[in-house]
Every structure is written in C-alpha cells, then in structure tokens.
Design a binder for this molecule. Structure first.
Ligand SMILES: [Zn+2]
Length: 615
C-alpha cells in the first residue's frame, strides 16, 4: 500500500485545485458526503436514468448515451458525475439537446475522473454520449470458450462497490438512489437481462427495453448478455441460464419461491415484484450479486444436491438489507452484509431447520477466526464501522462485515429475545425502505426502538467501533460438525458413518484433517473419498488448499490448474493461490495465473495479482 501514497497526494492536490474555482475549499470538500464519489448531490443530484447502449462483442465496448433527469439548486452552475475509463463524446442539456461544456479531471487510478458538466438554471435533463473501453473494470467479457455452450460470447457487469462508473457516467454513491429505463441492443441470438423488469424470451432483432421503477443506488444497475433462456420455478420466481445449464439450474434452485415466502413472513413484504436469478459463466468473481429483481450467481453453486443454496437465501435477503435499506457509504458496509448473513440464516432455518443452519454458522465462524488472525485482532479493518477514506472500498470486502456483523445481531437477539428482535428488524426495514443508513443513524434507531438494549451502550460501541471480537461474542456450535471433526481426527470413517453427510460436513472434515498428514496419507484419503474430482467447488477449494500446504499437490496439479483456469470466483481463488505462495510454490502459482487471468473479472484478477506480487 506504500504505492498508493504518491497517488493520494496527487488526488488531494486535484481536489484542492478544483476547489479553488469555488468559494471556500473546506465547504466544497464537506459537500462530498461519500469519500468514494466526486459528486456533490446537495448541489445537483441525479434522479432518473434513461440508458441507451449497443453491445459490441468484437470491440468489447458499450456505446450510446446516459440521459439523466436531475434536480439542481437554483444556484448550481455545474453537476458532477463519476466516470472511470470512459470516452465521453458530447454532453447536451434538455429535450432540445443543446450542447454544453464539460471537463474531465485527471484520472485517479481507483476513483476515476470527475466529469463536471456546465448546467443552466432550471436544467432538468443532461445527456452524456459516450463509449466504454475494453478494460472497463465492471465489464466481464467472456469469450465463447468460457461459456457452457462454447458458441456465443457473454457479458456481465459487476458494479459493487464503485465500478458502475466504468460503464455508466453516474453519481456513483450508495447514498444516491435513482430509477432507470434502458434500451439495449445486442447481437442476434442473445438475450439481455438487467436488474429491472426483464424479458422471458429472446427478441428477434436483439432489441430489449427495461424498467426499474423503484429507486436504487447505482452499484445495483446491472446487465448480462448471452445465450440465455428462462424457466419459472414459482409464481414470482425463475431462473435464466444458458440453455445447456438451465434444467440443472432450475432443479438446483427449486426452493426459491419457498425462500421468498419465508423471508416475507420474517421481515415484511418483498418490495420488488419478481425475484429471478441468472446463472453466469464461471468467470463471475463473486458467489452472487444481489442485483434487484435479478440475482447474478456463479455456476459453482450448481452441485446437483442443492448443498449450496444458502447463497440464494443470502442474495434474496439483500432485497431487504442492502437494496431496500442501503449502507450510506462503504464505511457502513456491515449494515448491508452483517444484516444479510443474519437474515440468510433465518431463511435457511425456516426451510431446513436449526441443525442445518448451525453448520453454516460454525463454518463461517471458522472463516471469521481465520480473517481475524490474518488481519490481526487490533487491525482497524476488523471494526464494523470502517474508515476506507482514500482507499479502494473493495478493501472493506472482508469476512468482518459479514460474519462479525451477523454475530453482533445474534448477540442482540440473544440479549433481547427473538420475538422482540424480529419485531424490531421488521420495523427497521419498513421505516427506512428505499433509504440509506449510516452506522450512527442505526445506533440511534436501535437505542430508541429497542429499549431492552438500555445499559448495553458500552458493549454495543465495543462491537461496532473496536477491533477484534468482544469477549461476549456468541460462539456457534454444531453437533453434526463435531462428529465430522472427530472423524477427521480418527481413522478413515466408514461409508455408513458418512452416508448422510452434506458437503458442509465434508468441508469441515477436510479442514480438520491433521496438519501432520503427509502426501501419502492424503493420497489414501483421496482414494477413499475422491475429493480431487468432487463436483462441489467448496470441497475442492478446501481440499486443494490442504493438498498444496501438505505436499500432496504435485500428484493432482493438473486438476488444481483446471479449476483455477475455469473458475473465477475470488472466494475460491484467493485461498488456493495463497496456499501456493505460503508453501514456497509462488512460481507455480504465477505460471497458473498467467494462463488463467484473461478469464478472470478485474475484481478477481486485481486481488490475485496483488497477492502474488511479493514473495
Ligand atoms: Zn451479501
């Protein structure tokens, strides 16, 4: 991170030169409520987007215009948008499309360039004509070889945290909400879907139109284009996927409708109309992304035994925590993710019982412990309320926001009782729907609306503002995983013993195999259970990591390499590359990365590049 320092100084300098054109420098800086956006919404703010884009797979660019409806103060003479790596062609005002002047600031490598557009009194519409560049960080351009059919290419966007500005000029802050309509032109034979009302059939001319009537933050504007087909799984739920993947996907996610019903009975009506899911190619960097009305999901959760469907419960839960009540800045990220993990577990409990959910909670508790160990328990990044100013907000995407955040809510539930806590959460979502939330505002709301927490202020502040895990943190337990753990420490378990095991038990079993087992011993385990050829990516990930660290990887290197080349999900890539690095095999890791990196989305590519840089 030393590398960042000179850049930061440059950034601050840019800010200060911008400020000199205005009256009081401090006053202008304070008008940027979000440290990761150049926009000044209290001067002029975006309200609605009409997006019109043509998808060009040959050049890997999107081109067209973003027409913004804005609301500006009478005194405002400019409106500021976030952009990064965009080619801006012209900017016009109003329905008459009168050309106006604009400036694009020197680019900052993380935050991009402020686009400052001169507006007139009473300007209500600003149209920006532009094209993206092939390197646009949000855009995952997949070659046909990276898809299931291998016939047509595929495109998906990933906006969170601050990448939407690389494909749409926008006020890219989670604190700003907009509605949108879009017209997308695709090549023939392809379907476009968005975080909006979606088509269910391919159009003959490749033209698609979309409408998102509820206001959302720009990071939730999303587009996927590919050879897609649709299959309903319930009245309000369905799955999009490549035709080859669709039947398996629809079977895997058959419980979507039940999950939706369970979620509504916990925390109130679903606010978005339909809830569908699109299965992307394996290059998608995340497990899922909660784009409203249409979750984007990795194909690595299709395991033919519904073992990993908690991912759907997670993304669905975001329809309340995150999409309905949104973190105001990325420093408040735990309000999105901690609440969502808690809510996800409650959905899973409603469908599959406590036993099952305890397994998920304990596995994730292990991930939290590892993260705390990696970061160090006094590291400020282990606080729930983060300070990511002048940093890439992607650095805040750690297990802390998710698991420490969820543990805090479990702690509150334990203290005040489930009934009271559920009533509180339901009211919290209702009272703040389509609004943003800061950590401070949440604490205030908690104090007023959950009076049972009176007297707990100090401990609550410790949870939120101090690093590490408080002593009073609940520790999840799971009988089923305890059995798997004992089995790992004894002799090879029998088929009878493991007949009813889920992949969670297998993952836990692998994690607890003694560090002292050498390559020959791991080979015997592999022979017994065939982990190297498992169809479950969670099992493969922990198994490959163990194999690399304990000297068994030379025997199964081709399989590890195939996995790393085919799968682009960062959650799996990071531990495997890290295991190579930490066991003195960084050159092997670098060689594989060279072959694999073109198939990775920038989010994963940048993380792995950073990881392999030194060592
Ligand atoms: Zn999430």
């Amino acid at each position: 991170m030393n590398l960042l320092k000179p850049i930061l100084l440059l950034f601050l300098f840019m800010l200060s030169t911008q400020c000199q054109q205005e009256k009081a420098p401090e006053a202008v800086v304070s008008k940027r409520p979000d440290p990761h956006s150049f926009s000044r919404p209290d001067e002029a703010v975006t309200k609605h987007l009409d997006l019109n884009l043509k998808v060009d797979f040959d050049q890997k660019i999107l081109s067209g215009f973003a027409r913004w409806t804005i609301s500006a103060k009478d005194s405002a003479t400019t409106i500021v948008f976030d952009t990064r790596d965009l080619n801006i062609q012209k900017v016009t005002l109003g329905a008459a499309e009168k050309e106006t002047t604009w400036t694009l600031a020197e680019p900052h490598p993380i935050f991009g360039s402020a686009l400052t557009v001169r507006i007139e009194p009473k300007t209500e519409m600003v149209s920006i004509y532009y094209a993206t560049r092939p390197e646009a960080a949000a855009l995952g351009w997949m070659d046909p070889a990276q898809t299931a059919s291998k016939k047509l290419p595929f495109l998906f966007t990933q906006g969170q945290a601050i990448l939407t500005r690389t494909w749409i000029p926008c006020q890219d802050s989670p604190g700003i909400r907009v509605t949108y309509n879009a017209a997308i032109q695709t090549p023939s034979g392809m379907m476009a879907v968005m975080s909006a009302e979606n088509p269910q059939q391919q159009s003959s001319d490749g033209k698609y139109t979309f409408r998102m009537a509820q206001p959302i933050p720009p990071y939730l504007i999303a587009l996927a284009v590919g050879e897609l087909a649709f299959q309903p799984v319930g009245n309000r739920t369905g799955v999009y996927a490549e035709p080859k993947v669709l039947p398996d996907a629809a079977w895997e996610f058959a419980d979507m409708e039940k999950m939706l019903v369970a979620a509504e009975s916990l925390y109130g009506p679903y606010a978005w109309g339909r809830y569908d899911l699109v299965v992307l190619p394996p290059g998608f960097p995340f497990g899922g992304m909660e784009n409203p009305r249409l979750t984007f999901a990795t194909p690595t959760v299709i395991t033919h035994d519904r073992a990993l469907v908690s991912l759907v419960a997670h993304e669905l839960a975001h329809s309340w925590s995150g999409n309905l009540v949104t973190n105001a800045t990325w420093n408040d990220f735990w309000l999105n993710e901690g609440f969502t993990v808690y809510f996800e577990r409650r959905i899973m409990e409603a469908l599959y019982g406590k036993d099952y959910t305890h397994m998920l909670a304990l596995l994730e508790y292990g991930e939290l412990q590892n993260e705390l160990e990696d970061l160090g328990a006094t590291n400020p990044d282990t606080r729930l309320k983060l300070d990511l100013e002048n940093r890439d907000p992607d650095e805040g995407v750690t297990t802390i926001a998710y698991q420490k955040g969820a543990l805090f809510l479990h702690f509150l539930e334990e203290k005040v009782g489930r009934n009271k806590f559920d009533a509180f959460l339901k009211q919290y979502f209702k009272a703040h729907e389509f609004q943003t939330m800061t950590t401070e505002k949440f604490l205030e709301y908690l104090k007023t609306n959950l009076p049972e927490t009176a007297g707990m202020e100090a401990t609550i502040r410790e949870w939120i503002l101090e690093p590490g895990l408080p002593d009073n943190a609940p520790k999840p337990e799971s009988n089923r995983l305890s059995k798997a753990e004992s089995a790992a420490l004894g002799t090879l378990p029998s088929r009878l013993q493991t007949a009813r095991w889920t992949s969670h038990e297998w993952v836990h079993y692998i994690l607890h195999l003694p560090d002292t087992l050498d390559a020959a011993a791991l080979g015997k385990v592999d022979q017994a259970f065939n982990f190297t050829r498992s169809g479950n990516a969670e099992i493969l990930c922990v198994w490959y990591e163990k194999a690399i660290r304990q000297g068994y990887s030379p025997q199964i290197l081709p399989q590890i390499e195939t996995f790393l080349v085919e799968v682009g999900r960062r959650r799996f890539l990071t531990p495997i590359y890290k295991a190579f690095k930490e066991s003195g095999q960084v050159e092997t890791a670098r060689q594989i990365f060279e072959k694999a990196k073109n198939g990775y989305h920038s989010v994963s590519r940048n993380s792995i590049e950073e990881l392999l840089k030194n060592g």
